[in-house]
Write a new protein. Structure first.
Length: 291
């Protein structure tokens, strides 16, 4: 599981070191890291921040690899983003969910022989107003994610209505200087309209609900110094399928930013019940290169 991610880390480190130009002029770690859906934020929750370090007169972007392994599943994500003048972020992510234990249940119960699910996520985020550091109300951004299932057989069998869907979210982020033991505090709140099952990996809509619902998502992090950020996230989820209860997600994370061109994030994630398999929790590791 970890070996491909380590190879990716080595590649990102090599590529980042080889870049002659600085990735941008924004302050250290103000682009966040990359979510499992490709946009800038934490691991689970998109923030109002835009990816990379591009300022108002610059271009920038990120490349990202991540992997999470919980009790009965593993999720791998490859992503990339571009930031135009710290105004608009465009992102793409490919998610691959290895079904592991569920593959045997699907074969015995549904006659389905499938061991993974894949999804593409295309995102656009626009900074509406404000600045995460210098305005009292923080920074606010509006984002849209178009999600497309590449393997709809399993979601269709368990009651999902659609193989694609659109999430719309509004996020606000603010850094409060010297707030926690003289250290800077980052707070983020996001409101998302969605009907995605397990983020879209199990399709969209279901027999219990086939309409968009508003879900709340929050993040908090403390900068120990400019290289280390520790925090937590919580993401509310819809519950559209009678086949299996869906629970909210949360994580505890630590992000290390040794250089403005590289960031490494480790977390403990709890996904609750996923497709009848209960209490899914485990480790998450991500690497990001900025340019």
């Amino acid at each position: 599981m970890i070996r491909p991610l380590l190879y990716g880390l080595l590649g990102l480190l090599s590529a980042s070191t080889a870049l002659a130009s600085d990735p941008g002029s924004r302050i250290w770690a103000t682009g966040g890291v990359t979510t499992i859906e490709g946009s800038a934020g934490g691991g689970l929750v998109p923030w109002a921040l835009l990816s990379g370090y591009a300022s108002d007169e610059e271009w920038g972007g990120t490349l990202n690899l991540s992997q999470a392994r919980v009790d009965d599943y593993s999720l791998s994500v490859e992503g990339a983003s571009l930031n135009w003048r710290n105004r608009v972020e465009v992102s793409i992510a490919r998610q691959t969910l290895d079904l592991d234990t569920l593959a045997f249940i699907l074969k015995d119960g549904f006659g389905l022989e499938q061991d993974e699910l894949r999804q593409d996520v295309f995102g656009v985020k626009a900074r509406l107003f404000g600045d995460v550091l210098y305005t009292p109300w923080g920074q606010w951004s509006l984002g849209v994610q178009y999600k497309r299932q590449r393997d709809f057989t399993v979601p269709d069998a368990i009651g999902a209505r659609d193989d694609s869907g659109v999430d719309v979210y509004l996020g606000g982020s603010k850094v409060f200087f010297a707030s926690v033991l003289d250290r800077n505090l980052l707070l983020n709140a996001t409101l998302r309209a969605t009907k995605a099952n397990q983020g879209g990996l199990l399709g969209f809509g279901g027999d219990q609900n086939n309409s968009h619902e508003l879900m709340a998502e929050v993040s908090a992090g403390v900068f120990l110094n400019r290289r280390w950020l520790v925090g937590a996230e919580y993401r509310q989820k819809p519950d559209n399928l009678s086949f299996a209860e869906e629970n909210d997600w949360w994580d505890l994370f630590v992000a290390w930013v040794p250089d403005r061109r590289i960031a490494v994030t480790a977390a403990w994630v709890n996904l609750g019940n996923v497709a009848t398999l209960t209490d899914q929790q485990g480790a998450y590791l991500a690497v990001q290169g900025s340019f």
